[in-house]
Design a protein around this ligand. Structure first.
Ligand code: UD1
Length: 353
């Protein structure tokens, strides 16, 4: 393996690619970094590159926002030219965003090998755009790096050959373990001692006015007992404004840098979220997590970790918050191979090829 090309595009990709980029650089293998530009705001992109010490991308495709079809197609159109020019031996794609599937599609047509980091996760809910991205990316990939063994089982069931599947652990946790000491020493001036940390950005929760109103009312109810710190994703901010929602009792912030957000997660009384990665980070941190979804592609965070699926039931959210405040939070254990060495295991496998 002489030349590896990495593709990143959205915030969670940066956290996953950073440890792999670091190890591959240390081992002296040639690598190229392509940023698709799916996320482009300073606090959704640049700040992550700085804090995670990711090198400047060699190429930025600057695709920006658009409908799923437009965004995916534009990434494919621009990425194809990069592949033809740079001719890598292998392309690594991360997670389940539009950039992931677009890059995998381009490579498979050009007969360039693809490795998928965070393969095999399934929510079994095809109304989620990420589920489509996961299924297609895995089918097109030559090497599948899974974060948990449920991923191996899903891939085998879908007919992927055993020898292409490698259980390597959770690479997001590599970044977390490296930066947790810095996060813990981070000052939190002016923020409440005890709080719930909230994030919401899934289309199913924020694009429907009724659903968003119900969730915000529920959070307002929780705020009677616990301060709510809510860093707001750009998509959610747009909807709150568009629908004229009331957020008076919630402490709204712009999206936060990685270290500041990790600092808040590590000392939150509870995290309320619809993100995928945050379900995993809270499980590692042992912080209670209430997930505002009916399903998860990360079931190990429920079976082993601190995660509880709340679904659409607002009474359940309030009851679970009360439970946590009464000292009866669910206890969890760290899943196997969430140990900070996943990047090294991925590099070992690539070097053996
Ligand atoms: C994407 C991923 C999602 C991931 C999330 C993390 C897909 C299908 N979804 O969702 O899996 O959990 O990133 O954040 O790839 N916007 C900005 N500035 C930016 C980026 C986006 O203002 O830097 C706004 C745009 O108006 C855009 C909207 O947010 O239309 C949504 O962005 P997009 O990248 O399409 O999807 P996300 O909701 O961020």
């Amino acid at each position: 393996m002489n030349h590896i090309l990495h593709v990143v595009g959205a915030r969670p990709n940066f956290v996953k690619a950073a440890p792999v980029l670091r190890v591959i650089r240390e081992r002296g293998i040639r690598q190229t970094l392509v940023h698709t530009g799916q996320h482009y705001d300073r606090n959704m992109s640049d700040v992550f590159f700085t804090q995670l010490e990711i090198p400047e991308p060699d190429v930025n495709l600057e695709v920006g926002s658009g409908s799923h079809a437009l965004q995916t197609a534009e990434i494919m159109r621009r990425f194809e030219a990069v592949i033809l020019e740079r001719k890598p031996d292998l392309v690594l794609v991360y997670g389940d965003v539009n950039s992931t599937v677009a890059a995998a599609l381009v490579c498979s047509k050009l007969l360039i090998r693809v490795g998928h980091v965070e393969a095999g996760l399934r929510s079994f809910d095809r109304t989620m755009p990420e589920e489509i991205n996961r299924i297609v990316t895995d089918q097109l990939s030559d090497i599948l790096f899974t974060p948990s063994q449920d991923g191996d089982a899903n891939l085998l069931r879908e007919g992927m050959p055993r020898e292409q599947i490698h259980f390597v652990g959770n690479v997001m946790i590599d970044s977390l373990i490296r930066l947790l000491p810095v996060a813990k020493s981070c000052a939190r001036n002016g923020l409440p001692e005890r709080f719930a940390l909230v994030t919401l950005h899934r289309p199913s929760n924020v694009d429907d006015a009724e659903r968003l109103r119900e969730i915000l009312e529920c959070l307002t109810n929780v705020s009677e007992k616990l301060n709510i710190i809510f860093p707001v994703h750009p998509r959610t901010r747009q909807r709150i404004v568009e629908f004229g929602m009331n957020t008076d009792r919630l402490l709204l912030f712009d999206p936060m840098p990685y270290i500041e957000f990790l600092s808040l997660q590590s000392c939150a009384a509870v995290v309320i979220t619809d993100s995928g990665g945050i379900q995993e980070e809270t499980t590692y941190l042992g912080v209670p997590c209430l997930t505002m979804r009916t399903n998860t592609e990360r079931p190990i965070t429920v079976t082993a970790g601190t995660n509880i699926l709340i679904g659409d039931d607002r009474k359940r959210l309030i009851a679970e918050v009360r439970n946590i405040l009464d000292g009866n939070a669910k206890k969890g254990v760290t899943p196997p191979l969430w140990d900070g060495h996943t990047g090294e295991r991925i590099a070992d496998i690539l070097q053996q090829m």
